[in-house]
Design a protein around this ligand. Structure first.
Ligand SMILES: [Fe+2]
Length: 390
């Protein structure tokens, strides 16, 4: 995240002696990205984070994806999923490619282990529920409509206070604010739909001083491991830098509205290698007297479009419900379903909330999501008389 944060106790300079009250040295950790070239933070642990007692297998089911073939528009009703559990084991992959995996998770249990994704950033969207994300940088209390950005390599636990429905994006790279929203100093620009003040950094409390055997489940792409470490991962007394987990609640997003229809890039939130993120929040519609509020028909020939429907009246979509995921495949025409354009005329605003991911490489369909699919979705644009005659 391109802004500076600091928390807790720090030495006067980096890389110098920094001593505990008992005279021992704190253990400095450089938490860096892109080697030593990009955003980083420095953390000071009570004891070294390197003390690994054992490395074992993590027998986690690996997601399997099949091509979207014959290529078509798809719809998954994720509320049909009966899988629940903790924030890692409850993940049900729906779509994925080499750049990103999109999963849902119904979280009703805390993690009794630590988890670290060392293969890329994770972006968790909280559809509903509240709870706490705990990391070495401190804790973030989350609530509905939060995005939780977890940098690659962050060890964490997630504990729900209330059943929590998540959309989990696992990137193979780093997820950042779009470059177009940042000025030459990295600050969010005046035209950006959010400001640094809208991003919630972790709150650092007293370090957990404990030694023993702590389980850390580690994922790095398809490679998995279970580490047993000697020192509690949350034993940090202070940290500073530019790389840390944070939360952003999309209710704070200030949408761009216009005289005529604003396309999805006007509603951008984040970007990642091979993916772009948008959010559609409650907003006023276009103000031209003859404006058509719902989108025009289109085929995005360069990307697959994924929408997750959070709440509200999705007036341009037939058959979708809260928790639905639609995939509008590259080159497959889509737009408002029959009657939606006429129904939208004269409307002055929308209460819809939906999040979007566009991917530039084709998405595969997770085998686990087959049971969630409305297989007839690609026919949902057919006008009723034709449907009656088939
Ligand atoms: Fe679209």
């Amino acid at each position: 995240m391109p802004f500076y944060q600091r928390a807790g106790s720090l030495p006067a300079k980096r890389h110098i002696q920094f001593r505990r009250p008992d005279g021992g040295l704190y253990a400095e950790e450089l938490f860096s990205t892109k080697g030593f070239e990009s955003a980083y933070s420095l953390l000071y642990h009570l004891r070294p984070p390197t003390a690994t007692l054992a490395v074992g297998e993590w027998r986690r089911k690996r997601p399997r994806f099949v091509p979207n073939e014959p290529v078509r528009n798809r719809h998954f009703l994720t509320k049909r999923s009966a899988v629940h559990g903790d924030a890692v084991e409850a993940r049900v992959p729906v779509l994925g490619n080499d750049d990103i995996t999109i999963a849902i998770a119904q979280v009703d249990a805390p993690m009794n282990y630590f988890y670290r994704n060392a293969g890329g950033d994770e972006l968790l969207f909280v559809h509903e529920g509240d709870g706490r994300l705990a990391t070495p940088f401190g804790t973030i209390d989350y609530t509905a409509h939060d995005y939780l950005m977890v940098p690659c390599g962050t060890t964490y636990t997630l504990s729900p206070n209330a059943p929590t429905r998540l959309v989990v994006h696992e990137s193979r790279g780093h997820i950042t604010t779009p470059k177009k929203f940042r000025n030459e100093f990295g600050q969010l620009a005046e035209h950006a739909p959010y400001y640094e003040r809208d991003f919630r950094a972790p709150a650092l409390a007293a370090p957990v001083e404990a030694q023993g055997e702590f389980e850390v489940r580690v994922a790095n792409g398809t490679r998995l491991a279970t580490y047993t470490v000697q020192n509690h991962p949350f034993d940090v007394v202070g940290w500073d830098g530019y790389c840390f987990p944070y939360a952003f609640n999309v209710d704070e997003y200030a949408p761009v509205t216009g005289k005529l229809h604003q396309p999805p890039p006007s509603h951008a939130t984040f970007e990642a290698p091979g993916a772009a993120f948008c959010v559609f929040v409650p907003r006023l519609f276009d103000y031209h007297p003859l404006a058509i509020p719902v989108p025009y028909n289109h085929s995005s020939v360069d990307c697959d479009e994924v929408l997750y429907y959070v709440s509200g009246n999705f007036m341009s979509r037939r058959g979708v419900e809260e928790g639905s995921i639609t995939l509008h495949a590259a080159g497959a025409p889509h737009g408002p379903q029959p009657g939606a354009v006429e129904a939208s005329l004269g409307k002055t605003g929308t209460d819809e909330l939906a999040i979007m991911v566009d991917t530039f490489a084709p998405l595969g369909i997770a085998e686990d999501s087959a049971a969630l699919e409305d297989a007839s979705y690609y026919r949902s644009w057919v006008e009723e008389p034709a449907r009656a005659g088939r």
